[in-house]
Design a binder for this molecule. Structure first.
Ligand SMILES: C[S@@+](CC[C@H](N)C(=O)[O-])C[C@H]1O[C@@H](n2cnc3c(N)ncnc32)[C@H](O)[C@@H]1O
Length: 275
């Protein structure tokens, strides 16, 4: 497993000077998923986000053939989207544990054939895409981009992902935490949006790096990486763990999100395509 490398871009020294961020994050997510804590907090897809993905798929004249879930975790979005389409999927993550859990779930559901599971660095993913063919839809759901590192590293990943897209009809759908709502005590409203935070679970501390975005910043970053933003909206109003653990709150939240301005969202959802 290796970091996302670019010429002249140093590894993010946020958590540990001696270790690339991807190694640190993969270990943290291994624990987060292995303990079952992630599933406990986010047992299902966010209804609002899931329906937005489906309508992006259905609203197009084209039919996607190859969907990449980048930072797929244990398949919280991949599995329900898989069940609603006939398409082929690539599931990529830096955490081996998440992919093992996904493989178990696919096995149980009898859905292994349409999913290629890729663990490793961006180079290994790129090699797979070259063999498998370009991608019609990329999902980066629930803060994956925010874990990638500093701005140059995020741009590197976004540009690489753009190079995977099949044509001008292809889409990328992503969601990131909203700096105007989240962790204000850490950012004081303004520190460039980079934070390190910890969650405690059964005496164990899980420490994450996160980049918090404003909607305007996300748009600029996507444009700089070669995308045109088609649509932005709030991912949820209530915290994701409330929305995904309670059907009632999830449905209420979905209704609220239809009218909620993007900058009031707990997370920011964006749909973009290659420029
Ligand atoms: C908050 S979880 C989201 C998982 C899934 N997309 C979902 O919505 O449930 C973040 C995921 O991103 C993965 N991740 C973190 N840094 C990554 C990176 N640099 N490249 C790819 N995946 C990464 C983690 O291993 C984890 O599975």
């Amino acid at each position: 497993m290796s970091e996302h490398k670019a010429e002249g871009v140093a590894p993010t020294p946020i958590l540990d000077q001696n270790q690339p961020l991807t190694q640190v994050m993969s270990r943290v997510y291994d624990r987060y998923f292995r303990t079952g804590y992630y599933d406990q907090r986010y047992p299902v897809a966010n209804r609002h986000t899931f329906h937005l993905i489906l309508s992006a798929l259905e609203g197009q004249e084209w039919r996607p053939k190859h969907i990449l879930d980048f930072g797929c975790g244990n398949g919280r979005y991949l599995l329900p989207v898989l069940k609603r389409t006939d398409d082929n999927f690539t599931a990529y993550d830096i955490s081996k544990t998440t992919l093992e859990l996904l493989a178990e779930r696919l096995d149980i559901e009898g859905e292994k054939e349409r999913v290629s599971i890729i663990h490793g660095d961006l180079g290994q993913l790129a090699e797979h895409i070259r063999e498998q063919g370009p991608v019609d839809l990329i999902m980066l759901m629930f803060g994956v981009l925010s874990h990638v590192g500093e701005r140059e590293q995020r741009l590197l990943v976004l540009r690489e992902l753009r190079s995977f897209l099949a044509d001008s009809n292809s889409l990328i759908i992503l969601s990131v935490p909203n700096r105007l709502r989240r962790f204000k005590e850490k950012t004081g409203g303004n520190n460039g949006g980079d934070i390190v935070y910890s969650r405690k679970h059964q005496g164990e501390e899980l420490t994450f790096f996160y980049h918090l975005y404003t909607p305007a910043e996300l748009k600029v970053e996507l444009e700089e990486a070669g995308y045109v933003v088609h649509e932005m909206s709030a991912e949820s109003y209530f915290p994701e763990s409330w929305v995904t653990r309670s059907k009632v709150i999830g449905s209420l939240d979905r209704a609220i999100c239809r009218v909620l301005p993007t900058h009031r969202g707990y997370g920011i959802l964006a749909i973009a395509g290659p420029r």
